[in-house]
Design a protein around this ligand. Structure first.
Ligand code: ADP
Ligand code: ASP
Ligand code: MG
Length: 423
C-alpha cells in the first residue's frame, strides 16, 4: 500500500463522462489499497472562458488589483472540477472530499497569475487519508499570507500535483493527460514524433522550460528538488486496464542517466510562441547598463529569457531580450517610462511575432558540432536566425513565428528523432 498522487488535465476532466471515467480509475487504485490524492485541472476550455470574460471587462491599464481578481476568477474552474470529481467518486461508493487551495492550505507568494508555492500544510489531507477517504486538491491555486487567492500560471496544476506529492512524500506522482507520454516533440506538430520511455530529469527540465507544455516547468523543478518520482501517461486508456500495466505505461522522468539516453545526442525538440522580443537601441556601452535595464524589468516581476548585447559602435550598443508575450506591452511601457529617460535613450522596438525552437539532449555535452548541424539545417530551409542561446544540454534559436513548424519538422528529421533509438 502506497500513497499515490494522480493529476488529471483539462481534457481528461473535459465532460461529466470523462470525470466519471477518472472517478472509476481512481476508485480502482483506491480499491487496490492505495492512499489516493487527486489533483484535477479545470474542465478543458474553462480557464480560457473565464479569462476571456475578464478581458472583455478589463480596464485599459490593468493594475495589480485586476490581477488579483483574475486569480479569484480563474481559481473557480478547479474548484468546480474538484467538487464534481468528489461527487463522481461518491457515486462509485468511494468516500471522498475536495479542498480548494486555501483550505489545505497551499501557501504561495503574492505574485498574482504566476504565484510560487512556498509551503503546504499536510495535516488535513493526512487525517482524511487515515480515515480512508480519497482527497481531491484543486490544481493551479493557492493562497498568499493575506489570504488572497492566487494562481500558479497556465498549466500550473502539474506543479500543484508535484508539490502535493513532495509534501506528502508520495511514492509516485502520475500526470494523466491527453497524450500517452512525453514525445520527441509535440506529436500534434510532428506526427512522426516518438514516445520516450524514459527521459532524464535534466532533459525534461530543459524541454519544459523551452516550451513543451506537457509539463509545467515548475512541476519539473519541484520533482527535481524533492526527488518526486514522476510519470506522464494517458487518461484515455480504458479505466479498467490492469493496474500494474497502467503503472508502468507512459514516460518516466528519471534521475539517473541510463545507457540508452547517452546514445541519443538530441532527445527532443521544444518550441514556444509565447515570447516577444524587445530591443533597446543606442544604449551607452558602460558598466551597469544591463542591470539598469533588466533590474527594472525583474523588479516588475517580469521574467526575461534570451538576452543579447551587440558589439558597441561609437560607444553605443543595442540590447535585446525576450519576455513572455503577456508581458510585452507592460515591459515596453516600463522601459519607456522608467528606464529610457535615465539612460538618455529614446528608442525601444519590439516584435511579438517570434518563436523559439530548441534542441535538447544530454548527449550534447560530449558531442561537438550539434549546434552547427542545427544551424545548417535551418539555413538549408532558408530560415533566418534572430537570436541564439545555449546551455550545456540545449541550443535555442529565436525565429520569425511563421517558420516555427517548418523548423521543428526539419530538425526532427535531421536529428533522426523519427527513427527508433538504437537498442
Ligand atoms: P493537460 O490539460 O493534461 O495538462 P496539456 O495540454 O497541458 O495537457 O499538455 C499536453 C499536451 O502537450 C499534448 O496534448 C501535446 O500537444 C503537448 N506537447 C507539447 N510537447 C510535447 C511533448 N514533447 N510530448 C508530449 N506532448 C507534448
Ligand atoms: N486550468 C489551468 C490552465 O488552464 C491550470 C492547468 O490546466 O494546469 O492553465
Ligand atoms: Mg497542462
Amino acid at each position: 500500500m502506497a500513497l499515490i498522487v494522480h493529476k488529471y488535465g483539462g481534457t481528461s476532466m473535459g465532460s461529466t463522462e470523462r470525470i466519471r471515467n477518472v472517478a472509476k480509475r481512481v476508485a480502482k487504485w483506491a480499491r487496490a489499497g492505495h492512499q489516493m490524492v487527486v489533483v484535477p485541472s479545470a474542465m478543458s476550455g474553462e480557464t480560457n472562458r473565464l479569462l476571456g470574460l475578464a478581458k472583455e471587462l478589463a480596464p485599459a491599464k490593468p493594475a495589480e488589483a485586476y490581477h488579483r481578481e483574475l486569480d479569484m476568477l480563474a481559481a473557480t474552474g478547479e474548484q468546480a472540477s474538484s467538487a464534481l470529481l468528489a461527487i463522481a467518486l461518491q457515486s462509485e461508493g468511494v468516500q471522498s472530499v475536495s479542498y480548494a487551495g486555501w483550505q489545505v492550505p497551499i501557501r504561495t507568494n503574492n505574485a498574482y497569475t504566476k504565484a510560487r508555492i512556498e509551503s503546504i500544510d499536510d495535516d488535513r489531507v493526512r487525517a482524511d487519508l487515515q480515515s480512508g477517504k480519497v482527497v481531491i486538491v484543486t490544481g493551479f491555486q493557492g493562497v498568499d499570507e493575506d489570504d488572497n487567492i492566487t494562481t500558479l500560471g497556465r498549466g500550473g496544476s502539474d506543479t500543484s500535483a508535484v508539490a502535493v506529492a513532495a509534501a506528502l512524500k508520495a511514492q509516485e506522482c502520475l500526470i494523466y493527460t491527453d497524450v500517452d507520454g512525453v514525445y520527441t516533440t509535440d506529436p500534434r506538430v510532428v506526427p512522426e514524433a516518438r514516445r520516450l520511455q524514459t527521459v532524464s530529469f535534466e532533459e525534461m527540465l530543459e524541454m519544459a522550460s523551452m516550451g513543451s507544455k506537457v509539463l509545467q516547468i515548475r512541476s519539473v523543478e519541484f520533482a527535481g528538488k524533492y526527488k518526486v518520482p514522476l510519470r506522464v501517461l494517458s487518461s484515455f486508456t480504458p479505466w479498467d486496464i490492469d493496474l500494474d500495466e497502467e503503472a508502468k505505461s507512459g514516460t518516466l522522468i528519471t534521475f539517473e542517466e541510463d545507457e540508452q539516453m547517452e546514445q541519443a545526442i538530441v532527445s527532443g525538440i521544444a518550441f514556444n510562441r509565447d515570447e516577444a522580443k524587445i530591443s533597446v537601441l543606442g544604449v551607452p556601452d558602460k558598466p551597469g547598463i544591463a542591470y539598469q535595464i533588466l533590474g527594472a524589468v525583474a523588479d516588475a516581476n517580469i521574467e526575461v529569457d534570451v538576452i543579447i548585447q551587440n558589439v558597441s559602435k561609437d560607444g553605443r550598443t543595442d540590447f535585446s531580450f525576450t519576455v513572455h508575450r503577456n508581458d510585452y506591452a507592460k515591459t515596453i511601457d516600463l522601459l519607456k517610462e522608467k528606464v529610457l529617460p535615465g539612460l538618455g535613450v529614446q528608442e525601444v522596438v519590439g516584435d511579438a511575432k517570434i518563436c523559439k525552437v530548441s534542441i535538447v539532449g544530454i548527449g550534447m555535452r560530449s558531442h561537438v558540432g550539434v549546434a552547427s548541424k542545427m544551424f545548417r539545417c535551418l539555413s538549408e530551409e532558408g530560415i533566418n536566425i534572430q537570436m541564439i542561446s545555449t546551455s550545456e544540454i540545449k541550443t535555442s534559436v529565436v525565429l520569425d513565428e511563421k517558420y516555427m513548424e517548418l523548423a521543428v519538422r526539419a530538425l526532427h528529421r535531421v536529428f533522426d528523432l523519427d527513427q527508433p533509438a538504437a537498442a
